[in-house]
Design a protein around this ligand. Structure first.
Ligand code: F6P
Length: 538
């Protein structure tokens, strides 16, 4: 048995024992549990004590991390090694948020000067647009930006904007991702073309949805302003030649590099719309927060390393206890898009069934992630979290000090975050419920019927992440925390977290079906698909 196999076997054994005890009981058995399982990193505080592992199990998980080569993999990631083997690329998003003067290298090639030059160009552009030095073709200043992109070219910027946008933004930033024309129609409605900038973001500049929407937006500008309105077009792409061929003026094409994965790209010029609409200084503060998390992840020993421990807690649930779903519930309305962001980050990164060298993955990989803002989620899917037949671990993110709105509401929000984590873990025993129903004078028949329904099994794990406040630094740190967590999980599962071959088949079939819907020759399909094409042909 290899050391890695032995470490996985130890995890199975530890998890077996965990099935026979309750999380809450561990607090009595382990008086220093809370201190041991609470850690601070880059301005975030993370409490992993409501997870099902004992402190001894944590050691088992750390052995697994060591045996799986997390130390070496982490060093390789920061060194710009080819961690994305199927595409022959490094994954060096940390270089994008490094301080000026850093020396990151992608596969040996220095990249930091180029990164700094792009950041300088972004700052200059953002300042010019915000100050009105750079205006639209009629001389009006830009008051709106429509950001067009999908997947990693959308979810990060959209999440960041929702999290940090001013209450009354001087620039109205809107997003369009879906090829469904309804989304772009909504985004453009009410905007004055003379004051609107279109920022098209696509790493490849080949994505069907994005190019379709960009063409419609360009036509919308031209229809009222003529060809001069091409000066309202801005592009962000790792294929700048394609963006220029589309008609974007060369000095408004912002590049990035193939070593930046789409879902790790918010730190690059993909964040341009946010940098303009929020102000470059805000964007830079977000980079600084992520940089602080990078420094922590890079140097903290595994036992004290926030992304590593968050990953290990997840793997204890996912692989040890066979839990294939995780919920993410930020108790902050401004973070309500966090689950959508994490769906791509985690499921596109780690939803893989073969290892990086092409063998069947020996262990289950990424869980499904879903979620919504608390307290809204409490009135939707929390019933299932508390009493469903599956145990679904929950990541709760709470922002301690709200900066807007009513203080009383903020306290109620926090009370709910804390109470839900407690309720999920502690539950409510049937004996308690029976006693209460008896005291309320219910009949024995009623009690037999009601008590099981009002019982909460508890023992449902949470990770609790506290942000002192929702500022750009902590937002950056939070995103980087999950990026590195995702990487660590990929290392333990032996998969490549930086490719996404699973999205290709659907894309190519859609192209074929599109040809048929547009009157092209019929292709070979299964009867169900054939019938759908026939029915939906216009
Ligand atoms: O969904 C697949 C994908 O390639 C994502 O990985 C990526 O973020 C998204 O499409 C958008 O790609 P692009 O930025 O090249 O338009």
């Amino acid at each position: 048995m290899t050391p890695v196999d032995a470490a996985w076997a130890a995890l199975s054994k530890a998890a077996e024992a965990a099935r026979d005890r309750r999380i809450v009981g561990l607090f009595d058995a382990e008086p220093d549990r809370l201190a041991h399982l609470t850690l601070a990193a880059a301005g975030l505080e993370i409490d992993l004590s409501k997870q099902p592992w004992s402190l001894a199990d944590l050691e088992v998980m750390l052995d697994l991390a060591h045996a799986s080569g997390v130390d070496t993999a982490r060093a390789g990631l920061f060194a710009g090694g080819i961690v994305n083997a199927s595409e022959g690329r490094p994954a060096l998003h940390m270089a994008l948020r490094a301080a000026d003067g850093a020396d990151y290298r992608a596969a040996g090639q220095p990249v930091s000067r180029e990164v700094e030059a792009t950041r300088d160009a972004m700052r200059a552009f953002a300042d010019q647009v915000r100050s009105g030095v750079r205006r639209g073709c009629t001389g009006k200043p830009f008051r709106a930006i429509v950001h067009i992109g999908i997947g990693g070219s959308d979810l990060g910027p959209r999440f960041v904007w929702e999290a940090l946008k001013p209450l009354d933004p001087p620039i109205d930033l809107r997003f369009t991702a879906n090829v469904d024309p309804a989304e772009l129609a909504q985004a453009l409605t009410g905007l004055d073309p003379a004051e609107t900038m279109i920022v098209t973001v696509s790493k490849t500049f080949t994505t069907l949805e994005t190019l379709t929407n960009a063409e419609v937006a360009r036509a919308w500008l031209r229809a009222s302003l003529g060809p001069a309105s091409d000066s309202h077009l801005v592009a962000v792409s790792a294929a700048p030649d394609k963006a220029q061929a589309f008609g974007v003026p060369a000095d408004q094409v912002f590049g990035f590099w193939d070593w930046v994965g789409g879902r790790y790209s918010i730190w690059s010029s993909v964040g341009l719309s946010c940098a303009v609409a929020l102000g470059y200084d805000v964007f830079e503060r977000m980079l600084a927060g992520a940089r602080a998390m990078d420094a922590h992840f890079k140097s903290a020993p595994l036992a004290l390393n926030a992304p590593v421990l968050l990953a290990l807690a997840h793997i204890f649930n996912r692989n040890g206890l066979g839990r294939p779903i995780r919920a993410v519930v930020p108790y902050a309305q401004r973070l309500r898009l966090f689950a959508a962001f994490l769906q791509q980050l985690e499921m596109e990164s780690n939803g893989k069934r073969v290892t990086a060298d092409g063998r069947p993955a020996p262990h289950a990989t990424a869980a499904s992630v879903f979620g919504d803002a608390g307290t809204n989620g409490q009135h939707a899917f929390f019933q299932l979290l508390h009493q469903g037949t599956d145990v679904i671990p929950v990541d709760i993110v709470a922002v301690h000090r709200g900066t807007e709105g009513d203080v009383d509401g903020q306290t109620k929000l926090l009370a709910n975050a804390i109470a839900q984590a407690e309720a999920l873990m502690v539950g409510r025993s049937e004996a308690d419920v029976r006693a209460e129903l008896t005291a309320a004078g219910r009949s024995p028949e009623e009690i037999d019927m009601l008590a099981p329904q009002r019982t909460f099994p508890g023992d449902r794990p949470t990770s609790f992440i506290r942000l002192e406040r929702l500022d750009p630094e902590r937002l950056g740190a939070l995103i980087a925390l999950y990026e590195h967590k995702t990487f660590v999980e990929g290392v333990l599962w032996g998969i490549n977290s930086f490719d996404q071959w699973g999205v290709e088949l659907g894309k190519s079939l859609a192209t074929r079906v599109l040809g048929e819907l547009n009157g092209g020759p019929a292709g070979a399909h299964d009867p169900s698909t054939q019938a759908l094409i026939a029915r939906l042909k216009s």
